[in-house]
Design a protein around this ligand. Structure first.
Ligand SMILES: C[S@@+](CC[C@H](N)C(=O)[O-])C[C@H]1O[C@@H](n2cnc3c(N)ncnc32)[C@H](O)[C@@H]1O
Length: 685
């Protein structure tokens, strides 16, 4: 790079040769309106910054979000589009009591990790934040971001964080895009991503996007042609979010990496678009990978991309894709990891943590005695969608013969399964990817021979996703998986309460062996964490796309005393859980979610001490977990985001829950764990 760029543009790689004034300035820091970092000492020491001031900085690190950070006069100054080791001239744009923001004006000396961004739209488009940083440095920084969050927010000293698992090549990976569509007064159509910090759409132009699948770029180009050239297209208004007017809001495209199938969704602020069926056929002709085009009706203002109703226009309203050897049906509304190459590795890692490595030579094939396969009533119930609860042994109780508590939830009655069955709970399950991959491993004999049967319970709040998940279970011939539609913070506390009740009457507590948590960016609700502690599985595997909320939630589970950890609500009383289900009617039971779950006494209590006063039951002493391994996975190369998998084990090694007074699933998963140490794992990491 040779040009100096100004404002929000990233400084170019090649240093601009210093002018006479700059050279003088380097030897006279603080001269005039400028101050320098080059003359040694603390630049700007003792003098406050002010907006408009031009200074020289040398960032030493990247902050969360991808801005570089430098010190100036004891203050942190954040600079976008810079990398550590750069020397830059910047203009201060905002000064707060403890930090300031500055825009780069000129790159004087490039830092060691600086590279030319691949995309000409970089820094104008807000999609990528790190294209100017070499990929190995991106990976190192992402690991550091996780370490920092766990130490500072989670108060976990010296966290066992492995190297970031990178992607090769780290481009064209996104299998989904939601692209705003806007028409300029000239009639030209602009489709792209929002500029950083604004809702101004930066047109993808002819270049397309360097991180999204090429088929998405083709659909964008085809829709643009229609909107600019076809009479119905030209008559189609586009959405103006300030006035909440105009029809076409977004184009959403989803692509199956392995299958090659694509689905396009036209998000409409109204009932439909002019010539919409012709448009759908046109798009499919232009982009043969499209197996379907749908419209999504979204008439409300706001930032949510999708509205509540999706209507097929042409072809089918879902794609199929393959992941980890299984086949998945994916609708427009359902969550599916945006980087399937890395998702496969993420899931393998999560399941290595959860289940240990395959030991197929020793394990029985398929579910053992007492399992679902031996239980025609159970199988029937699953096949018909009839309410059923499955014991940890794999046996099922149908609605006609409800399990203890009658909640329609899994009971935890370990005696009914005819042996110690292995039970994995997948919370925040989406279309069932992790649950089904776990089920396939369990079916193929991952669990040691002393665990004669297995079961998986998947919990997900979006009904369309659960519907996809059920279809996916059938597609892959995986039967012992039950799907519960509901919020984890409602379902898990009731499951814990039902187990408490069962523990009071039966000889075994029979809780899950592993709980998988894979929440959205905001992390887990405190009620979900409280329920996890009550369920006290020997292992918790936490998959997270946000190190900040991961650290906060691990602080709760590991009881680190972090001020970031929220107080935990009390759990519902067992009888209340059962009562809520009983009063809730059949429909709720079919889904396995007690009606009014969250409003059951105690479930929504706010404070850590509120439990008993509100009628909830608090465990006498909650188990504590320790973080055994954390592995960052680069699901989002070129951006400032990182995914993580964390393995937590109970401090007491997985025996009965402390204070529960019952017999726990002793020794469970640890029998098969193999060596799992920080920073290492199975497979290709
Ligand atoms: C990060 S995704 C993970 C999905 C799945 N594990 C996967 O990898 O494909 C989080 C999922 O949690 C669901 N979700 C969000 N909030 C939830 C809640 N409170 N209870 C249950 N599911 C929730 C979302 O719909 C989404 O499917």
């Amino acid at each position: 790079m040779s040009r100096e760029r100004r404002g929000a543009r990233p400084p170019t790689n090649r240093p601009r040769s210093a002018t006479g004034r700059e050279r003088r300035h380097r030897h006279r820091p603080g001269a005039g309106d400028r101050d320098g970092a080059a003359a040694g000492g603390t630049p700007g020491a003792g003098r406050p910054l002010r907006p408009g001031q031009v200074i020289e900085l040398e960032p030493h690190a990247l902050a969360a979000g991808g801005d570089a950070v430098a010190r100036y006069g004891g203050m942190a100054v954040f600079v976008p589009w810079a990398v550590p080791g750069d020397r830059l001239r910047v203009r201060v744009v905002d000064v707060k009591p403890r930090f300031a923001r500055a825009e780069p004006e000129a790159l004087l000396v490039p830092g060691p990790g600086r590279v030319d961004p691949a995309c000409p739209l970089f820094a104008r488009c807000g999609g990528c934040r790190l294209q100017h940083l070499a990929y190995p440095q991106q990976l190192a920084w992402k690991r550091q971001m996780v370490v920092d969050a766990l130490e500072r927010i989670g108060r976990i000293p010296d966290p066992p964080v492995g190297e970031t698992l990178g992607m090769d090549p780290p481009w064209y990976y996104r299998n989904k895009a939601a692209i705003p569509v806007r028409r300029l007064p000239s009639g030209r159509v602009v489709m792209g991503f929002f500029a950083p910090g604004t809702h101004a759409v930066i047109d993808l132009e002819a270049t397309g996007c360097a991180i999204q699948h090429p088929v998405i770029n083709q659909v964008v180009a085809a829709l643009r042609r229609w909107l600019e050239e076809d009479p119905d297209g030209r008559a189609t208004s586009t959405y103006d979010e300030t006035r909440h007017q105009g029809l076409l809001r977004h184009l959403v495209v989803r692509v199956g990496l392995r299958s090659g199938e694509a689905l396009a969704g036209l998000v409409v602020n109204g009932e439909g678009l002019p010539g919409e069926e012709r448009l759908a056929r046109y798009l499919r002709r232009e982009v043969p990978q499209l197996v379907g085009v749908v419209k999504n009706l979204h008439r409300r203002p706001g930032n949510a991309i999708l509205g509540p109703e999706t209507v097929p226009l042409d072809g089918r309203p879902w794609i199929f894709d393959e992941l980890g050897g299984l086949r998945f049906r994916i609708s427009l509304e359902s969550f599916y990891q945006v980087n399937p190459v890395q998702a496969e590795r993420l899931y393998r890692l999560a399941l290595d943590y959860a289940l240990g490595r395959p030991i197929t030579a020793e394990a029985p094939k398929g579910p053992g005695p007492g399992s679902l396969a031996d239980e025609p009533a159970g199988r029937r119930a699953l096949a018909t969608g009839e309410a059923a609860s499955v014991t940890p042994g794999g046996a099922m109780a149908t609605r006609a013969a409800p399990a203890a508590g009658g909640s329609g939830l899994p009971t935890g009655d370990a005696t009914a399964g005819g042996g110690a069955g292995f039970w994995l709970v997948d919370a925040y399950a989406g279309i069932g990817t992790l649950a089904l991959l776990a089920a396939a491993r369990l079916r193929d004999g991952v669990v040691a021979q002393d665990r004669r049967s297995w079961r998986v319970t998947a919990i997900e709040v979006v009904p369309e996703a659960t519907e996809d998940a059920r279809t996916n279970a059938a597609l892959n011939g995986l039967e012992n998986v039950e799907f519960v539609t509901g919020a984890v913070e409602e379902v898990l506390p009731h499951l814990a309460a039902a187990l408490q009740e069962a523990a009071g009457t039966g000889p075994g507590r029979g809780g899950p062996d592993v709980v998988l948590l894979d929440p959205p960016r905001k992390g887990c609700d405190p009620a979900a964490l409280a329920a996890c502690l009550e369920l006290a599985p020997p292992r918790i595997v936490y998959v997270s796309c946000n190190p900040v909320t991961l650290a906060r939630d691990l602080a709760v589970l590991c009881d680190t005393g972090s001020p970031a950890a929220p107080p935990l609500p009390a759990l519902p009383r067992p009888a209340a859980a059962a009562g809520a289900a009983g009063a809730g009617g059949e429909a709720a039971m079919v889904e396995g979610v007690p009606a009014g779950g969250a409003t059951a006494p105690g479930a929504a209590a706010g404070g850590g001490t509120a439990g008993d006063a509100q009628g909830g039951v608090r465990p006498r002493r909650r188990p504590r977990y320790r973080v055994v391994a954390v592995r960052p996975v680069d699901m989002f190369p070129q951006t400032a985001h990182v995914e993580c998998v964390a393995l937590l084990e109970r401090d007491d090694g997985g025996g009965p829950a402390p204070g529960a007074g019952t017999t726990g699933p002793a020794g469970t998963a640890t029998a098969t764990a193999g060596a799992i140490t920080a920073g290492t794992g199975a497979g290709d990491r």
